[in-house]
Design a protein around this ligand. Sequence first.
Ligand SMILES: [Zn+2]
Length: 440
Amino acid sequence: MSHAANDTILIRGGRVLDPASGRDEVCDLLIENGVITGLGSGLDHIEGCIEVDANDCLVTPGLVDPHVHLREPGGEHKETIATGTASAVAGGFTTVCCMPNTNPTIDSCQTMEFIRLRARETAHCRVFMVAAATLGRLGKEIAPISSLVEAGAVGISDDGDVVADSQMMLNVLRTCAQVDRVFMQHAQDPALTRGSSMNSGATASKLGLIGWPKLAEELIVARDVRMLAETGGRYHVQHVSSAGTVEILRQAQARGLAASGEASPHHLLLTDEACDGYDTSAKMNPPLRTTADVEALRSAVADGTLSVLATDHAPHTDEEKDSDFENAPFGIVGLDCALGLYAKALIDSGHIDWPRLVALLTIEPARLVGLERQGIGRLEIGLPADITVIDPDMSWTIDPDEFASKGRNTPFAGLEVTGRATMTIVGGTISHQLDQSLKV
Ligand SMILES: [Zn+2]
């Protein structure tokens, strides 16, 4: 982040939510020199300060997305750290954790240093790295996990690919436990998903596509949970898609294991029927499932089995997505429109309320990757001023042409959602403002 945080900002009359402390009250919030310096009713105007009217809005800790693909280095035609983090702040996110499936892979301190420098020069929000578990994410040789953690890795994952080999998985889990970092699994049994491009079921049969069974996810998670009981440490399932996975996690948690999971907007809203007509914008990894799975994921978020939300932001070019279904890449642009989609899936449907949604997007992911110790995901006097102002009643229509991301790949174009970030403040600097005339 390149901006100096010298602005004094007074946010007036918003509903200030800090799930970490339980704060939920209408009051003012003052930011000076990048830090939260005041919280209370009727704070005095300060000469020259920027006053923000937050009436009827939520004032929350900056949102945290623990699972994004920024594509740099190696995939700059799809996204860069600059455009990916512009997409983040447009969506209300002030912290993102990028996955290691770049080229080169994030499996060395040199690549981490490169990303850190690029982020310092070009990012609009905070960027933390999840480093690879194995060299090149190839599953053959373990990555230098201790060194990567010393260099700042906040989690370990081969995302994009599973750690399939059981001996390797044991080594990785043991190492992650030793260095106190969460291991994040992309749960996909490779033998059960060869040539697969969408969920097994009626739509796949109709389209003549090879099915991707839920079992491919559930078998890996069941194996890993069994290993976790031996190794200790913390284990996290990325982009959970199946009701069966939820059940495995629920049982693991009941046994006291530190096993968690995340849900993504598309898995909380869509089924495999969205792939009908060979619509590549609905091609996801893991694939969209069934109505029963969607309902199980929503219930799991409501009861706390799934404690984290993550977009799996995965931009691609139109040319790439325009190829035939089997050859098109997996994924969806996540960050720009995630908040409205989460609200639609979880609040409009009556599963949770705004304070819980804010927790799922702030303190919960911050704890997952150990960032709450740096004050991330929390809102208190003395902490860095990462703040998101949300209008929970604002209805808007998702328009990919308005995305700050380079990607336009989404099946949600034209969908009306309610709830939007109107201002995003990173370290005391206004990094995004939806409509200057409207709220300020
Ligand atoms: Zn993944």
